[in-house]
Design a protein around this ligand. Structure first.
Ligand code: ATP
Ligand code: MG
Length: 590
């Protein structure tokens, strides 16, 4: 396929770190050859009757063993508060919450929506609900009334756990639209206006609660996707997903006993639940929670002061740190930081290398989706990083590149460096079990035992996968297929460029023209000379066929609240088309 292979041309640099202890995943090939999901399952305790319950594996079992007094949650509040909650204490809290639900008549399978900032009650509510076999659906705390109502309706929420303030501002007005919502539990002590105060209920509840028999196929989580490509879908996950959460935390994030782990994603999104709550706890580490929003200085202070060992963040945050410059890092001792990973969007090679420069180690990109429930493709601590590559499939995951056939089938492409859809062999534990209320859409994701991810990628001769773009975002220009990622990665190499998003705009001759939207670093002004300089850089690195023809400067790029650039919105605006579902839109600038 005629695509300028910029990413393929990037040298494979071995960015090794000297660390005293061996990584959990020592030799990839060896683990690949011996891995079995049965053994991954055996890393967990299971329930006496043979079932599997996420909360039991994450908290209860540790509270009964040698980790009982280890800090499970290290909470750093917005006002400088600091609370260390041990596994034993967390177990008591979540048992109380489970008893509160039982007291309200919540049955296994009932839906509990949790809409809170990153406060301890959120973690107690999520885990307590899972313990009681209620289905948890996290809602991002900055959602407005409409997205809240839509999700509560789709999910038939019976209980909402939120704060009095969020309720007053955003939920009270839609209460009439959601008749299934029987209980609104608000943090603190004040009931009223159709809400019940949570704190007194917790205090009155017993901390004795036997983990109920839980079938691994019992529904556990309802996660709405980010809405980057359209209306968010409600992906259903079951308790068995914990097998994947745990083993990916172990292999892909290299979590080890005694670690302090920080996942910066909000638990309103799947990363913040799978890796901001479940995986660190099943692995028995200390899970750091920072309530405050992004701030480069505060983040570096936190990494240093709390001696974070493993840090899991996202490309948007990394680009913001890059924008803040290395000066912000100066004076911070981050020698404790052992492993840094990123997910959510393609991680530009520039960002990987910046990690090496600024922290002495690269960011390790990994790839997965709400639908996959856990990490599927990753750069591991023990493996060479190829900047710009998502890494290799998790042992136990069969990933491949597929071509679509005219008869609706697919053909797996064996040859390296051929672009096609990234597909995964079905059957891993955290695979979604459905899109709630959208059976046909769910079925369309599968062909011949493969799950179609909707992302385009290629695999190189060493088995590393390279992200090309979402299938919807790929640009067709003069017979070339261009993935926005490779163009964006080149654009952000330019010293003035902080972020870039690339779309195709219709053109009578070329089919589509490549158009770039660019946000500048502080201290740079958008003018004609800069436009020419950026275009020149892109043309030199990509060739005239692939380089953007057009550049627009923007103060901010539109993003989802989970930090993903919304190319579809840039395109809709460019073409004067309907903007579609904007429920997850965050920063915006028309
Ligand atoms: P929606 O499905 O509603 O449009 P979404 O796909 O953004 O939203 P998520 O499930 O949160 O919702 O995101 C998964 C997608 O994010 C992947 O399909 C992929 O396009 C992108 N992604 C995640 N990690 C990476 C990565 N490391 N490299 C490239 N893309 C990534
Ligand atoms: Mg998606």
């Amino acid at each position: 396929m005629a695509v300028a292979g910029t990413s393929a041309e990037i040298r494979s640099v071995r960015l090794e770190k000297s660390r005293e202890r061996p990584c959990n995943l020592g030799d990839y090939e060896e683990v690949l050859a011996t891995f079995s999901w049965a053994e991954a399952r055996a890393m967990l305790d299971g329930l006496p009757g043979g079932g599997l319950n996420i909360a039991h594996e994450a908290v209860i079992r540790h509270s009964l063993g040698e980790r009982a007094e280890t800090t499970a949650l290290l909470w750093l509040g917005k006002r400088g508060e600091r609370r260390a909650i041990s596994y034993r204490e967390l177990a008591d809290e979540i048992r109380r919450f489970a008893n509160v639900l039982r007291g309200l008549g919540v049955e296994p399978g009932d839906r509990v929506f949790v809409m809170l900032g990153r406060v301890p009650e959120l973690y107690v509510a999520v885990l307590g609900s899972l313990l009681a076999k209620a289905v948890v659906s996290p809602l991002f705390s900055a959602f407005g009334p409409e997205p809240i109502a839509t999700r509560l309706k789709i999910g038939r929420g019976k209980v909402l756990v939120t704060s009095p303030e969020i309720y007053r501002r955003k939920v009270a007005q839609i209460r009439g639209e959601v008749p299934d919502l029987a209980h609104v539990l608000v943090t603190g002590r004040e009931s009223g206006d159709g809400t019940t105060a949570l704190q007194p209920l917790l205090e009155a509840a017993s901390d004795q609660f036997e983990t109920p028999p839980t079938d691994p196929e019992d529904m556990a989580l309802l996660h709405f996707t980010s809405g980057t490509t359209g209306t968010p879908k409600g992906a259903i996950h079951v308790h068995e997903a914990v097998v994947a959460h745990n083993v990916t935390g172990f292999y892909a994030l290299d979590l080890r006993p005694g670690d302090v782990f920080w996942c910066t994603a909000d638990p309103g999104w799947v990363t913040g639940t799978s890796y901001g709550i479940i995986a660190p706890l099943t692995n028995g580490v200390t899970n750091l929670v920072l309530e405050a929003e992004f701030d480069a200085g505060l983040w570096y202070e936190t990494l240093e002061a709390e001696k974070v060992d493993v840090w899991y963040t996202a490309p948007t945050a990394i680009r913001m740190l890059m924008k803040a410059g290395k000066e912000a890092l100066q004076g911070h001792d981050l020698s404790r930081l052992r492993f840094m990973a990123s997910v959510g969007e393609p991680l530009n090679p520039e960002a990987v290398l910046w990690g090496q420069e600024a922290f002495g180690q690269p960011f390790h990109d990994n790839w997965w989706q709400t639908e996959t429930g856990g990490i599927m493709v990753a750069n591991y601590a023990s493996m060479a990083v190829k900047p710009g590559s998502m890494g290799r499939p998790l042992p136990g995951i069969e990933a491949a590149i597929a071509k679509h056939l005219p008869d609706g089938g697919i053909e797996i492409v064996e040859a390296p460096m051929v672009e096609g859809e990234l597909v995964l062999k079905t059957g891993w534990p955290s695979m979604m079990r459905g899109y709630l209320g959208e059976e046909a859409r769910y079925r369309k994701c599968f062909v011949g035992g493969w799950y179609l991810t909707g992302d385009l990628a290629k695999r190189d001769e060493d088995g590393y996968f390279w992200f090309v773009g979402r299938a919807d975002d790929v640009i067709k220009t003069s017979g070339h297929l261009i993935g926005p990622f490779e163009v964006e990665s080149i654009l952000i190499e330019h010293p003035a460029v902080a972020e870039a998003a690339v779309i195709g705009v219709p053109d009578p001759t070329a089919g589509e023209l490549v158009k770039a939207f660019v946000a500048l670093k502080p201290g740079h002004e958008p003018d004609e000379a800069l436009r020419r300089s950026i275009l020149g850089h892109a043309r030199q690195r990509l060739g005239a066929a692939v380089a953007p023809k057009l550049i627009d400067f923007k103060a901010n790029l539109p993003k989802t609240r989970s930090g993903k650039i919304m190319r579809r919105l840039l395109k809709a605006r460019e073409l004067g088309l309907p903007e579609g579902d904007l429920s997850t839109l965050e920063s915006d600038e028309k």
